[in-house]
Design a protein around this ligand. Structure first.
Ligand SMILES: Nc1ncnc2c1ncn2[C@@H]1O[C@H](COP(=O)(O)OP(=O)(O)OP(=O)(O)O)[C@@H](O)[C@H]1O
Ligand SMILES: [Mg+2]
Length: 413
């Protein structure tokens, strides 16, 4: 099998590193291999130990290669998050001299929007067009071919700290792969979990991972805002470990098997928990677990609410909130979120496609599946741009993300 027809996605998360290998099959993708290995070298989404991270990546890649029956892989699309990520909106304007707008005008106006002062220790990861304006007409998705004299664009710019981006890329390279593009994790999760209708209507994606909670706000098909909160499922587990005075792995087991965030609704049943070394197992009321996890959940959703409200976006999210990531599975989380956010909330599962097993339809795989889909979309759009007439991919705003980054990526590394 030619390595050109293979796509690799790598989600280097705080709790697990996940590798997916898929074969491009025209419009569709077939998953050939999956590897998932515990991640030991990250904290709150950022690499803090290169050696441990490389080991986790290597194990995950080996597992996926074995399943796919492939010996060699060249490059991968990788996800990025961490609380060093900072995103903001910008705009640009260029004259177009009363003529049909071309790709080069679009490139120029995006360059103009990028011309903002960025601290020297930061790099731009994405410049994502939100809408174009041609003269006085607003809300244009694709201005190419339109007639006008002035072209404007609003963009969403995603930046990250250069050393932390470098560390991530270094880990991937030391594990034997080139990082061919980097995608902000909530963008990837949005790709696999949200429908186009939801993005048009207005929706907030909330990806609760182990170390971070990643937020992406969509409206009219455009990304209005994204932000990484340095709190995730691990904080729920830690709270339980501290409150119940139990080891971390026991707290994780209790959270997954008996966890709930709705203390008041529980008729007190009891569960047995193993204490710290030297102490006897104890009976704990489930309502106590609900109190601890419920407080953390409330705090997290108030932060999410503030992020949306502070930007005046609360009325834009008609479609409500979609919670995904492994941390979304704590029992009753959607109910408590709905109460705090005052909007409909549902758990987001990744949409199925070729070769995907039911085990993969888990919110913890939303990011890696989105990375794969986005990488496929970008490679098809690029092939079409390079003159491959077989490719008829519709070019949307999101197409620009991977490719614009690809260029920037070449400049940085
Ligand atoms: N069934 C479950 N019930 C409750 N929590 C769960 C369940 N399954 C996984 N989790 C939690 O999900 C979290 C891990 O989620 P995920 O795999 O999405 O994170 P990650 O991608 O490794 O981390 P990050 O994206 O923050 O870097 C852990 O805190 C884990 O306890
Ligand atoms: Mg994750």
């Amino acid at each position: 099998m030619s390595t050109k027809s293979v796509i690799v996605a790598l989600d280097i998360g705080t709790t697990k590193v996940c590798t997916l290998i898929a074969q491009k099959n025209g419009h569709s993708l077939d998953i050939l291999g999956v590897g998932s290995h515990p991640s030991n070298g990250l904290k709150k989404g950022s690499v803090v130990n290169i050696e441990k991270t490389v080991q986790s990546i290597k194990s995950s890649i080996e597992e996926a290669k074995l399943m796919a029956g492939l010996d060699e892989l060249e490059s991968a699309t990788i996800g990025i998050a961490g609380n060093h990520i900072y995103c903001f909106n910008s705009s640009g304007v260029v004259p177009v001299k009363n003529k049909d707008i071309t790709q080069s005008d679009v490139d120029r106006v995006i360059e103009a929007a990028k011309a903002v002062l960025i601290p020297s220790d930061r790099e731009v990861i994405h410049v994502i067009p939100q809408e174009f304006k041609v003269d006085n007409t607003t809300g244009i998705k694709n201005p190419i071919g339109m007639f006008g004299s002035r072209l404007e664009v609003n963009v969403h710019i995603v930046t990250g700290k250069t050393p932390l981006i470098h560390n991530l890329v270094k880990c991937v390279e030391q594990a034997g792969l080139n990082a061919n593009s980097i995608i902000l994790q909530p963008l990837a999760s949005s790709r696999s979990v949200l429908s186009q209708e939801e993005k048009e209507l207005g929706v907030v994606l909330v990806d609760i991972g182990g170390g971070t909670t990643d937020v992406a706000v969509w409206k009219d098909g455009s990304l209005l805002h994204s932000q990484i909160i340095p709190v995730g499922g691990n904080h729920f587990t830690n709270d339980l470990a501290v409150a119940l005075k139990i080891p971390h792995n026991e707290a994780e087991r209790i959270k997954i098997n008996h966890g709930t965030v709705a203390a008041s609704r529980i008729n007190d049943t009891f569960v047995t928990v193993q204490g710290l070394t030297g102490t006897k197992p104890r009976e704990i009321p489930v309502s106590m677990i609900g109190d601890v996890l419920g407080s953390r959940a409330e705090e997290l959703f108030f932060v999410v609410k503030d992020i949306v409200n502070e930007r005046g976006l609360e009325d834009e999210v008609t479609g409500g909130y979609v919670i995904t990531g492994g941390g979304a599975l704590v029992k009753n989380l959607a109910e408590i979120a709905e109460f705090i956010l005052e909007k409909p909330v549902k758990i987001g599962f990744p949409q199925a496609f070729g070769g995907m097993t039911s085990a993969m339809q888990h919110p913890k795989f939303s990011t890696v599946l989105g990375l794969l889909q986005e990488s496929h979309h970008v490679s098809r759009a690029t092939a079409r741009e390079e003159g491959d007439t077989q490719e008829e991919v519709e070019v949307d705003m999101f197409d620009k993300i991977g490719r614009s980054f690809k260029n920037i990526f070449k400049e940085i590394f």
